[in-house]
Design a protein around this ligand. Structure first.
Ligand SMILES: Nc1ncnc2c1ncn2[C@@H]1O[C@H](COP(=O)(O)OP(=O)(O)OP(=O)(O)O)[C@@H](O)[C@H]1O
Ligand SMILES: [Mg+2]
Length: 248
């Protein structure tokens, strides 16, 4: 990374141990990471290698056992809860496997919730972006439905639309296209790519899929709680081959 490039995420000496006593699990064993603003980083690696744990820690959703994390220049380790909640609400977007949609709100109300929480109203530019997101995710005819009236894939697309709606500075996505059919999955990936190139948003994307990782500017591979490879991405084929070529 160039010295003058803004860093959206900085992590230093991160370890995370779950449990104690006889069988603690060392999910992260010493991670140093810097992520440039406006870039897309794909995090890959086998099941149990620590990808979701790393995302939770760098997104301020879980505290590391040791080490420090900075988000958009602010150190979040040791930050007070209220301050961290505010930072999350204003600067971060999350797409996780558990959708966390509010059951009593319609799809559209769920998508607009971040604006409500922030106490603001979408401006004209926001409305254009929201309309584009809704349309590209194929949700136009589902806006009045409640979450329980939607399929799993539709619920996931609503959650993705919500995460993108406010154009947060950093988007953390854990397998965002995993449960979707390939056309919807491609739209999600296209939207993440637009978020980065058109709006300068930073995206950190966990994926098992080399095709999904091919939208990234950088690919990080994890194994057993450590970063074992870090390269500038490429086509799905190149990424797939490189993954196979690295010994664990
Ligand atoms: N809350 C927890 N309590 C105890 N152990 C945990 C907890 N969360 C994760 N782990 C353990 O930490 C390790 C890393 O888990 P993590 O969820 O980060 O893996 P992952 O790379 O995201 O895997 P997957 O691809 O299957 O989602 C695993 O051994 C897991 O069992
Ligand atoms: Mg995971």
């Amino acid at each position: 990374m160039r010295a003058n490039e803004e860093r959206a995420v900085v992590a230093r000496g991160i370890t995370k141990t779950f449990g104690s006593g006889e069988s603690p699990v060392q999910a992260l064993r010493g991670i140093d990471l810097e992520i440039g603003a406006g870039s897309i980083t794909a995090v890959m690696g086998p099941s149990g290698s620590g990808k979701s744990t790393l995302l939770q820690v760098v997104a301020g959703l879980d505290a590391p056992t040791t080490g420090q994390v900075w988000l958009a220049g602010q150190e979040i380790t040791g930050m007070r809860d209220e301050q961290l909640t505010l930072l999350r609400r204003e600067r971060l977007g999350f797409v996780f496997q558990a959708f966390n949609l509010l059951p009593s709100l319609s799809a559209e109300e769920n998508i607009r919730l971040p604006f409500l929480l922030a106490g603001g109203r979408p401006g004209a530019d926001d409305e254009l972006w929201i309309a584009a997101v809704i349309s590209r995710l194929g949700l136009n005819d589902r806006l009045t439905h409640r979450p329980h009236q939607l399929s799993g894939g539709q619920q996931q697309r609503v959650a993705i639309a919500r995460a993108l709606a406010t154009r947060p500075a950093v988007i953390f996505a854990d397998e965002p296209s995993g449960a979707l059919d390939s056309a919807s999955g491609d739209e999600v990936l296209g939207l993440l790519r637009s978020a980065s190139t058109e709006y300068g948003q930073t995206v950190v994307l966990i994926t098992h899929d080399s095709r999904a990782a091919s939208i990234a500017d950088r690919v990080i591979r994890m194994s057993d709680g450590l970063i074992v490879d870090d390269f500038p991405g490429g086509t799905a084929e190149q990424i797939g081959e490189r993954m196979l070529g690295v010994t664990e």
